[in-house]
Design a protein around this ligand. Sequence first.
Ligand code: AMP
Length: 393
Amino acid sequence: MKILAINAGSSSLKFQLLEMPQKTVITSGLIERIGFDDSIYTIKVNGDKIKEVKSIPNHSVAVQMLLDSLINLKIVENYEEIRGVGHRVVHGGEKFVDSVLITDEVINEIEALKDFAPLHNPANATGIRAFSEILPNVKQVAVFDTAFHQTMPEEAYLYPAPYKWYKAYGVRRYGFHGTSHKYVSQRAIELLNKEVTKIITVHIGNGGSISAIKNGKSIDTSMGFTPLAGIMMGTRSGDIDPSILPYVMEKEGISIEKAITALNNESGLKGISNKSSDMRDIVNGVNEFDGNCVRAFNLFVKRVCDFIGSYFILLGGCDAIVFTAGIGENSEPARKAIVERLGSSLGIILDNEANKVMGEEKIISTPESKVKVFVIPTDEELVIAIDTLRLIK
Ligand code: AMP
């Protein structure tokens, strides 16, 4: 049966149509600049990319256009062929510990969590409502970025701030990229073929987070109350001393919004290199002995290794480290620097030849290595489709 996996942003809508349970991608695409006069609709069919620029005023029009094009391009004969729609939802708070079938109440809950994800949750809810309007009889499922981390124990999710902040306002670690950590850790468990497992998943893309996974359950993760926490990222700082904020705000005469925007958009690889948020540019800079790029690369590697090291201790050793997402799947030099920095303490030995892999599943440690190191491409759309299939059945 055909399942649509949807990732709606405030002005965009990414989609993938999958044949399930075969897990084959039939078509995929992206609608950008929703609400502008020059919205861009792109759909990939049989390897060809079709692109159209026209005004798409809102998400309902975007959804209608997507469904029309599936018919016009003869990808489906009628809407009834689409048996389920799965939506990525960024924040599920403490309420959602797994994916759920969408009801009016669930949509209201997703909207009510907007204080925790002001840019994302309202956009996700808008996407869901648009599909409910146009396909009222098709079952929809919400798949939350936070749900997989709801198994974290209190010692991992609580901040040592006034306890009242947690009880009254929900201030705690939630963690994100849950669908990705879940997918790659489950795949690693299959590859390890063991019942009791200790895995560290390293999702490093433009955003990044690391998780400690014991017997398939998340017990700690580097992102926190928001996705700004944890490791250094493309444009995000990751963890910093919060007292820096009032200090810099006073020095520069800027508002809290500007200061937080600087930590979200002007920091990380971009902020330190003063060049780019993209690891490819940073690595090119390192090869040209650009001092700012070397500094950014080294800082990135250190911060990733600090989390892996602490999760190694937390788990009491580890069977496998799994690299995934844009940098984790593709950047030979980033993986090499991380593994080599950890190597002598954790007994990990990199297979330099295997580490040349890009975007494919591969074991990149040698047989003598005490910890296996895998590259496992993440597939969040597939997790959405799998969960949708499970819940609509
Ligand atoms: P993602 O957020 O998972 O899509 O990852 C996007 C990021 O992955 C980019 O900003 C790059 O930093 C990184 N990336 C993608 N391809 C490569 C590559 N071939 N080598 C190094 N980094 C890459």
